[in-house]
Design a binder for this molecule. Structure first.
Ligand SMILES: Cc1cc2nc3c(=O)[nH]c(=O)nc-3n(C[C@H](O)[C@H](O)[C@H](O)COP(=O)(O)O)c2cc1C
Ligand SMILES: C=C(O[C@@H]1CC(C(=O)O)=C[C@@H](OP(=O)(O)O)[C@H]1O)C(=O)O
Length: 388
C-alpha cells in the first residue's frame, strides 16, 4: 500500500490518494471524519481550528460502503481558503501588491529559510504553505483507512500524550479498552485530572509569554502477531519504517521503542524480554522492555513507541531572523499559530504508526480482497501458535 498527499495549508483542499487497499473493506466517510475530528481538538491549538470543520469527501475507490480495490481519493476542503483567495488563488497578482504581501523573515525552526533557498522562493509563503502541519490532516485520513484494515484483523492502535513540557503523565497499566477510551478523548489525554490541569497550566503559561512548548506522545499497537517486518533487508525492518514515519511528522525530533534510550544504562538481563510458552496462546514474552521489536520484526507483544515533539517554531515573541530581501536583522514573521500541538500530534502519530503496520501486513500477505487477507493472516497466526 502507498499514499500521496497534496495541498497547501490555505489552498482549496487537501487530497490523499491511497493505492493497494484490498477490496471489500467497509469504509464510510464517517470513519475518516471521526479521526479528523480528534486531530482538530486538543488544548493549545490556535484560532485556525475554529475555522475548519474537517470533513472528507470520498471521491473514488469506494462504492456502497466498501472499498473496490482501486485507488481511493479522499478530499478535504480548507474552509479558510475563502479568506485567502486573493493570496492563494491561481490568478497572477499585481507585482506591487505581491511584494507587499510577501513573507520575507524566516522563522527559526520552520522550513522557511531552507525551503526558500532550495526552491529559490523569494516569497517564503511558497514554502510555509506546504510545510505546514495542515498536511497532517491528509495523513490522518490515510491512517484512518489503515486503522479500518487493522480492526478487521483484531489489531488496535491508540496514541496519547505522555508528557507536555515538564509535566509527565503517570505510568499506568491500562487495558486496551482503557487505552482506546483515553486516546479518543479530544482534550489533553492523560490519566488523572490533576495532571491534565498541570499540562494545561504549562501550555497557558507558554502562551502568555508568547512562547511555545512540546512534549512526548506514546502509541501502542495491540494484537500484532510475531514476525511482521523482516530482518533480511534493512529497508524491510518494521521498527525502522515506523521510526521514519514518526520523525516525518512535523516537529517530531526523536523516537524510541520500549525503554528506548534508557537501554544505554541497563544491563542485558534488565533489557531483554524472556520467552515463555503456553499451550493455548503459544509463545509469549514475560516483559515488553523492547517495545515489541527484535530484529526489525514484531515479537507479538504490543508495539510501544514514543515520539518527541519540539516546541512550535512560530513565536508571538519572535526570535531573531534576517529579512531575505534587505539582509537586515529583523524579528521573525508571526503567522497565526498554535502554542502547543502535542495533543493533536498524538492523533497524528497514532495514524502514521497505524499506516506503517497495516502497510507491512498487506505487503506480507498480498491479498486482493479482505477475506483473502483475513484467512492468510489467521492461518499465519495459527501456524505460529504451535511453531517448532
Ligand atoms: C499538529 C501540528 C500542529 C502544528 N502547528 C504549528 C503551528 O501552529 N505553528 C508552527 O509554527 N508550527 C506548527 N507545527 C510544527 C511545524 O509544522 C514544523 O515545526 C515545521 O513544519 C518544520 O518542520 P520540523 O519541525 O519537522 O523541522 C505543528 C506541527 C503539528 C504536528
Ligand atoms: C492548519 C493546521 O495547523 C496549522 C499548522 C501550522 C504549521 O506551521 O505547521 C500553522 C498553523 O496554521 P495557520 O497559520 O493557518 O493557523 C496551524 O493552524 C492543522 O493542523 O490543520
Amino acid at each position: 500500500m502507498r499514499y500521496l498527499t497534496a495541498g497547501e495549508s490555505h489552498g482549496k483542499q487537501l487530497t490523499t490518494i491511497i493505492e493497494g487497499v484490498p477490496a471489500h473493506l467497509p469504509l464510510l466517510s464517517e470513519d475518516v471524519n471521526a479521526s479528523l475530528l480528534r486531530r482538530q481538538g486538543g488544548y493549545g491549538r490556535g484560532r485556525r481550528m475554529k475555522i475548519e470543520k474537517d470533513l472528507i469527501s470520498i471521491l473514488s475507490g469506494v462504492r456502497h460502503g466498501y472499498t473496490l480495490g482501486s485507488p481511493i481519493t479522499l478530499a478535504l476542503t480548507n474552509d479558510d481558503f475563502k479568506h485567502w483567495e486573493d493570496i492563494m488563488g491561481e490568478e497572477p497578482v499585481d507585482p506591487d501588491t505581491h511584494i507587499r504581501r510577501q513573507v520575507t523573515k524566516p522563522r527559526p525552526g520552520h522550513a522557511d529559510l531552507n525551503g526558500g533557498m532550495k526552491y529559490n522562493h523569494h516569497d517564503l509563503r511558497n514554502v510555509l504553505e506546504r510545510s505546514s502541519a495542515r498536511e497532517t490532516a491528509a495523513r490522518v485520513a490515510a491512517g484512518s483507512v489503515a486503522k479500518k484494515i487493522l480492526s478487521e484483523l483484531g489489531i488496535t492502535v491508540a496514541g496519547y500524550v505522555r508528557q507536555i513540557y515538564d509535566v509527565e503523565a503517570r505510568e499506568l497499566d491500562l487495558t486496551i479498552d482503557e487505552k482506546i477510551a483515553r486516546a479518543s478523548q479530544s482534550d489533553v489525554k492523560t490519566i488523572d485530572p490533576e495532571q491534565e490541569e498541570a499540562m494545561k497550566r504549562v501550555i497557558d503559561e507558554a502562551k502568555q509569554d508568547g512562547d511555545s512548548i512540546g512534549g512526548v506522545v506514546e502509541v501502542t499497537v495491540d494484537g500484532v502477531p510475531p514476525g511482521l517486518g523482516s530482518y533480511v533487508q534493512y529497508d524491510r525492518k518494521l521498527d525502522s519504517q515506523i521510526a521514519g514515519a514518526v520523525v516525518s511528522i512535523n516537529a517530531f525530533k526523536g523516537v524510541e521503542f520500549g525503554i528506548g534510550f534508557e537501554a544505554a544504562h541497563t544491563r542485558g538481563s534488565q533489557t531483554h524480554d524472556e520467552i515463555g510458552y503456553e499451550d493455548d496462546g503459544g509463545y509469549y514474552r514475560k516483559t515488553n522492555r523492547l517495545g515489541g521489536f527484535e530484529g526489525g520484526m514484531t515479537t507479538g507483544m504490543p508495539i510501544v513507541v514514543k515520539g518527541v515533539m519540539k516546541p512550535i517554531p512560530t513565536l508571538y515573541k519572535p526570535l531573531e531572523s534576517v529579512d531575505i530581501h534587505s539582509k537586515e536583522p529583523f524579528q521573525a514573521s508571526i503567522e497565526r499559530s498554535d502554542s502547543c500541538a502535542v495533543p493533536a500530534a498524538s492523533v497524528v502519530m497514532e495514524h502514521v504508526v497505524a499506516w506503517e503496520v497495516a502497510a507491512a501486513i498487506v505487503d506480507q500477505f498480498p491479498s486482493d480482497y479482505m477475506d483473502q487477507l483475513k484467512t492468510a493472516f489467521d492461518d499465519y497466526r495459527e501456524r505460529l501458535r504451535t511453531f517448532g
